[in-house]
Each structure stands twice: as structure tokens, then as C-alpha cells.
Design a protein around this ligand. Sequence first.
Ligand SMILES: Cc1ncc(C[n+]2csc(CCOP(=O)(O)OP(=O)(O)O)c2C)c(N)n1
Ligand SMILES: [Mg+2]
Length: 434
Amino acid sequence: MQDDPRGAHGPDGAEAAAHGNQLQRGFGEGSSSGVDHHVSVVGEAKYLSDGGPETIRFIDQNGFRIRNEVNLPYDPWVDVLTEQDGRDLYRDMALIRRFDAEGTALQRQGELGLWPSLLGQEAAQVGIGRAMKPQDYAFPSYREHGVAYCRDVDPLHIYGMFRGVDNGAWDPKERNFHLYTIVIGNQALQAVGYAMGVQRDGDYGTGDPSRDTAVVTFFGDGATSQGDINESFVFAAVNQCPIVFFCQNNQWAISERNERQTQIPLYQRARGFGFPGVRVDGNDVLAVYAVAQHALEWARSGQGPFLIEAYTYRMAPHTTSDDPSKYRDSAEVDLWRDRDPLLRLKSFLLSLHETEESFFTGVDAEADELAARLRAGVQAMTDPPPSSMFDHVYVEPHPGLEAEKAAFLAYHASFTDSAGDTAADVASGSGAQA
Ligand SMILES: Cc1ncc(C[n+]2csc(CCOP(=O)(O)OP(=O)(O)O)c2C)c(N)n1
Ligand SMILES: [Mg+2]
């Protein structure tokens, strides 16, 4: 799915459709021409509830492909996709949805400390996750479980972090997927720094598809009000960095509505910094995939930064610590439930390809198996020794850190348990409970 449609595997690749293999049938068929844009009123506020006419959208509510002028530059990326690609995207979204639901369940059962759900944002994350090449590098926020999955990060490593048994156990360099960042917007500065490194290594604009690299950083609508995001826009623009800024506008920053962050559509901010910005329907995986491919190629080929605003909705609470019934209307959630990204792709696959129902039930069964395996994995996790918090803080040990670690361990060892044993007794097996 990563081949450039303008190259040897371009739109002509869809000619495989002519050879009668149903799974190879191209996506360039079964079109509709437009979409109704919804304006809704919540409380006193009147706002476009689907992103408006400037939004790039490929599948309408009935599952038909949209053909219009704004989509033209992105069409080739989707025209080459086959039904098999569509099934793969559906499967990705269904598996991460199940992974996410299991995260919430595990938190409710006391197995995880916290869980930030991505429910509703599966298409946004899979769309760009599947457009990225192995050499591209992602700097996520804390909700990018779907991107992590696309980068082959072990899902148990994500759970482990929210269980508190480690601080992120995957190797960022191996997966080209940085550690999660909780400090809002901070990852964008790190991403721009990395992109400046890519420039100094000469790994962009060479024309070599296995070398040219794009950096992607993920953040929310609320993060756009942070200095870090705006500073990274400035640095990226003046240095013409190979970076894609991927904003998931899920309408809420905890309890603050999107309208509290901006007076103009967020994608339009890019223009003031000097690079392109595009708003895409974040619940339409084909649209996100196409726009992401375009933006990534833009960055890799040396044309500078690109902002994608994926217009979506946070269906779940901000995290398991939040209760959105205190600040938002359930009618709004119901409106977005109808725009479910999985249902949208499913109706497209059914309308264009008559994908058999057994495919969808098979994916559900696979998701159940994944959840059971992950649950067992979480329940088998052991607590790390307290001293492990000092590991991996610095590349090399240094005397100050060693002294701090020794003092902490001595302090920790001074506590006694209910049987009167110190932690040291327990560790050595010499206490009353031994
Ligand atoms: C610098 C900083 N300020 C405040 C917070 C507290 N905080 C955590 S999440 C959040 C809202 C972020 O909203 P948004 O950027 O829209 O991302 P979303 O959670 O919707 O994905 C805030 C204010 C923080 N983590 N870091
Ligand atoms: Mg948000």
C-alpha cells in the first residue's frame, strides 16, 4: 500500500482488477458526487459538526466514493487500492478498537492505572499509520495506540506503561516510534529537532524512496494553544523541515470545547507560518490515507512541513479519570456515533465489493482472541524492583544518580512489613515470613 501511484505501481496497478480477482478490484468505482454538511446547535453554540465543505472526504455516509474537485490531488492514492487493502484497513481498525476497549476494561478492573481511549479516532490513526514508510519517524502524544500498532509496537508495552511497570518498554529506535509524551505539545519540538537531524544526514529530497524520510508528530486540538506547538511550527517552517504535523481535532481538550482554542479552522493556521494545511475527515480512513500519503511525500521530497487537521471526535471520556456527562451533551455523541469510522468503511466495502459478512465476523473473532491474549499478558506482568526507576534515565551512569539510587534503596529498605521484616529481610529471605 505504500507504492507511489505516480510511479511504476501507479493507477495502472488497478489493472489487476481486469484479471478477475475480486480482492484486486480497484477503488475507483461506485461513486457519488457530494455530501451534505451538517450544522448543529449545542447550547448557544452553532458550529459545523462535520468539518465543512473544505474537508477532504472520500466515503459518504452511505458508503459511496465521493468524486469532487477538492479530492482530485489525492484521488490517485485511493484509486490504486484494492478490496484486499480495504479489508486490511478494516481489520487494523477493528483490532485497535478491541485493544482500546480492553484497555478501558483492564483499568476498570484495577489492572491499569489509567487509560486514554482512542475510540472514534481509529481511522485517523490507521490512515496515517499505514501511509508511513519504515524509515519515517513518529513522535506521538498519549492516545496514539493505533499508530503504535501500525509501527509494530507490542501492545503489551503500551499496557505496561499505563500499569506503571515501566516507562515505555519499546525501543523507539527499533520501531521509529518515540515514547509517549504527556506534556501537551512537547513532542512537536522533539520531532522538529529530529527532522533537523534528518536534514543534516541528507536523508530527504534525494529521490531514493527507501531513504527519504518524513517525521510525523501527533497532537490534539487543545495542544494547538500551547507555545510548544507554535514554536515548532516556526522552527519547522524557517528550516523547511521534512515534517508532517498531524492534529487530531477530536473536538475536546478534556472539558474545553474546540471553539475555545481557535477562531479559525485549525488547518488554516499553517498558512500564517508558511506551509500548507489541509483538513481531512478523520473518520474516513481512505481520505486520511490519501492526504497523509500526499503530505508525507511532500515532506520526504524536501518541500517542507505540512499540517493535516484530522477532523474527528473523541467518543469516550478524555481518560478513565474523566466523566464527560458533566460537560457535554449526549446528543452530540449520538451524532458522531452515526459517523463511526468502522461502519463507514464497512458500508463502502459492502456497497462496492459486496464483501461477505463472514469477513467481518472473522475479524471480530480475531479481535476477541487478541483481547484474551493481551489480558493474560497484563495479568502475568510482575512488579519491577523499585531501583528500576533509575534505569534508562541517562545513557551513561553518573555519580550523582548512583548516590541518589543508593540513598533511595537504603530508605526503602528501612520500612518494615506487618511481620516486622524489613524490605532487605524479605529480599534476602531471612525475615520472620521466610
Ligand atoms: C503542558 C500541559 N498542560 C496541561 C496538561 C493537562 N492536560 C492533559 S490532556 C489535556 C488536554 C489535551 O487536549 P488535546 O490536545 O485536544 O488532546 P486530546 O486529549 O483531546 O487527544 C490537558 C490540558 C498537560 N498534560 N500538559
Ligand atoms: Mg482534543
